[in-house]
Every structure is written in structure tokens, then in C-alpha cells.
Design a protein around this ligand. Sequence first.
Ligand SMILES: [Zn+2]
Length: 127
Amino acid sequence: MNENVALKANDLVRIHTAIRLKIEEEIAAKTETRDRKLDELQNLERPKSDDRSQQLDAREVLSREITRLNLKLLALRETVDRIKIGTYGICRHCEESIPVNRLQAMPEATACVNCADERGTLHLVHV
Ligand SMILES: [Zn+2]
């Protein structure tokens, strides 16, 4: 049984709006974290201590975190766009509706469980 069949269009709009609000909050929080890390990184660019290797390590860790945050932000913004233009919640492979409980657990999912599983991307946040 596909639970989406039983869901009324109004319910879907309500659920998508709730997901969108949640994502927008996450975008705001992650943007703040990213900016804070960029500041930290900039402070590290001006070396003041004599332990340069330690600073290089810290810089690399920060750069990696910033890259990860930027990728996540990109996926989240794309998700908001899909909600806005009405293509959200549709599997990009088989074009079936992605079950609402999957979207609630993983809002940036672009494939249904079957297709994601088949392609080995079930647990990938962004492909
Ligand atoms: Zn699918």
C-alpha cells in the first residue's frame, strides 16, 4: 500500500511546508556555523605561534568542515527549490512519490528507497 495515495493534496502541501520551514532553519544554523569556521580559518592564516605544523592540521580540519557544510547547504537549498517549484517528493529515477515518512526522516532525499537501494545510494545525503 502506498501511503501517499491515501494522503490528500492538502496534507502533502502542509507536510512539505513543515519540511521547508525545518530546512530553512537548518540552512540558517549551518550558514552561521560555516561563517564562524571561516572566521576561525582566517585567524589561522595569520600564524603567530611557532608551532606551524599544528596550525596546518587545524587549518586542514577546518577547511574540510567548511567544504562539508557548503555541500550540505547546497543540498538543502536545492531541496527548498524543489519544494517551491513543486517537484519535491518525486523520485528522480522512477518518478513515483517518495513516501512521506522517508522525506520526514531525510528531507533532502531525491530517490525512493527502492531506487536508492538499487543504486547503493540509500545512505548518501547528496549524490
Ligand atoms: Zn524510485
